[in-house]
Design a protein around this ligand. Structure first.
Ligand code: THU
Length: 137
């Protein structure tokens, strides 16, 4: 798959951040990188688990929350999700709902593992009918 330098850098960042995952309960490490329009580097996140399992936050949501904390109003350009799974992992439904608040239907989502990007989708492929109070352009 032909990727831009920006996407390649974000995949690298997601894979690197994945290594910081705090996942002693599932041992399932996920890295995410959210590239924002107008910001050079992608904002990364990783999953952080909790002894009270419901307190766990996925990598994708961690990246979104960090992006908002760092940049205020965010305009996502693309998302990378990285695991070491042979079959690349898609964001969970809770993360998709959180992403829907900020991401356009056409935003590219790259699903990667250590061999690189395995699939490229659009956000709307993953969540065709988001629950939103407004349209994200
Ligand atoms: N997880 C993510 O970080 N992103 C996803 O899209 C799916 C699941 C995390 C949550 C939990 O820490 C572990 O993976 C196993 O579900």
């Amino acid at each position: 798959m032909k990727l831009t330098k920006t996407v390649e850098a974000a995949v690298k960042a997601a894979l690197k951040t994945r290594k910081n995952s705090y996942s002693p309960y599932s041992d399932f490490k996920v890295g995410a990188a959210l590239k924002l329009k107008g910001v050079d580097h992608a904002v990364t996140g990783t999953n952080v688990e909790n002894a009270s399992y419901g307190g766990t936050v996925c990598a994708e949501r961690a990246a979104v929350f960090r992006a908002v904390a760092e940049h205020g109003r965010i305009r996502p350009e693309f998302l990378v999700v990285a695991t070491t799974e042979k079959k690349a992992t898609v964001p969970c439904a809770i993360c998709l709902q959180v992403l829907a608040e900020f991401c356009s239907d056409s935003m590219p989502v790259y699903l990667a593992n250590e061999s690189g990007v395995q699939r490229q989708l659009k956000f709307q492929d993953l969540l065709p009918e988001p629950f939103r109070s407004f349209e994200v352009k």
